[in-house]
Write a protein that binds this ligand. Structure first.
Ligand SMILES: [Zn+2]
Length: 297
């Protein structure tokens, strides 16, 4: 199946540069569902394609079937972290030769910010000097959570959010969503085409999501008391609070970019959200975490 990712010109130019150099270590960063992992996958396939027509050669078929042997993916397992053992297994795998000797081996580290400090340190040598015909792609929503030593050894490629008219256009063009509905979904996706596509293709999810985004949007205009009531409702309804936090984050970042609202206030709100995210990870009681967030906003 062809993958369609809409990319900013600058992002696209940087990705094209990888296809010509065919080496190096890179960090793809940007907010959720803006096409980072999809682009990484697409790049891996493109670098190993041997056909004249895209997606018709044996390599592409193998890739699309999910068993291309020179495409290695590391991501958090059941624990919320990427552990040093996973990096050790990776190092071992990289000591073997490529399965397809003329190709390029791609190592994708998804949710790279979840690497423990030990795991990041174990990776340093590899990303500084990748083995021959090997490219490292670290994908993250939180660039600042990677060690400075990791960041400085990689070329950083930023995936910005997209204007909603561009997202609406891609929904109509590639998923056949009618204009008015595409515009509504694009607006709800707060700049993330991946979210818009998910909404268009999983309508069951869409209703819940639209409800959540409505609550996130109104949260920012309510009084602290009203926000506490909302917190209670969210907890009682077992809402996806991690996603709620991500939505608020996206809304605030958009406000910051478009010059709405005071930057100082928004910075404070973003800090409160960061604390909220840590609370959720640390398994602080949900009600306590969300009430604190609502009072801090
Ligand atoms: Zn191919």
């Amino acid at each position: 199946m062809p993958m369609n990712v809409l990319q900013h010109d600058q992002t696209k130019a940087q990705l094209d540069a990888i296809t010509s150099t065919r080496t190096g270590s890179y960090i793809f960063h940007g907010s959720r569902a803006v096409g980072k992992a999809t682009s990484a996958r697409q790049l891996a396939r493109q670098l190993n394609c041997t056909g004249d027509e895209p997606a018709t050669c044996a390599h592409c078929h193998q890739f699309d079937a999910g068993n291309y042997p020179d495409y290695l993916v590391v991501r958090p397992k059941d624990k919320p972290s990427i552990l040093i053992e996973q990096i050790r297994s990776l190092i071992q795998a990289l000591s073997l030769s490529l399965y397809h000797p003329s190709g390029v081996r791609i190592v994708l580290i998804d949710d790279a910010e979840q690497m423990t400090v030990e795991a990041q340190n174990a990776l340093l040598k590899l990303i500084e000097e990748p083995p021959p015909q090997t490219i490292f792609l670290l994908v993250t929503e939180r660039l600042e959570s990677l060690l400075p030593t990791v960041r400085s050894r990689c070329i950083q490629i930023y995936f910005p959010t997209l204007p909603s008219d561009q997202i609406a256009a891609i929904l109509t063009r590639t998923h056949g969503v009618p204009g008015a509905q595409a515009a509504e979904l694009a607006a709800a996706a707060t700049g993330a085409p991946g979210v818009a596509v998910a909404l268009a293709t999983q309508p069951d999810d869409a209703q819940t999501y639209l409800e959540l985004i409505h609550q996130a949007t109104s949260t920012l205009t309510r009084s602290p008391f009203e926000r506490l009531l909302l917190a209670n409702r969210l907890v009682a309804a077992k809402a996806d609070l991690a996603r709620f936090g991500q939505l608020l984050h996206a809304l605030l970042v958009n406000q910051l970019r478009s010059g709405d609202g005071r930057p100082q206030t928004i910075a404070h709100q973003l800090e409160a959200l960061e604390q909220f995210r840590r609370h959720l990870q640390a398994k602080v009681t949900l009600r306590v975490a969300v009430e604190r967030l609502m009072l801090e906003l």
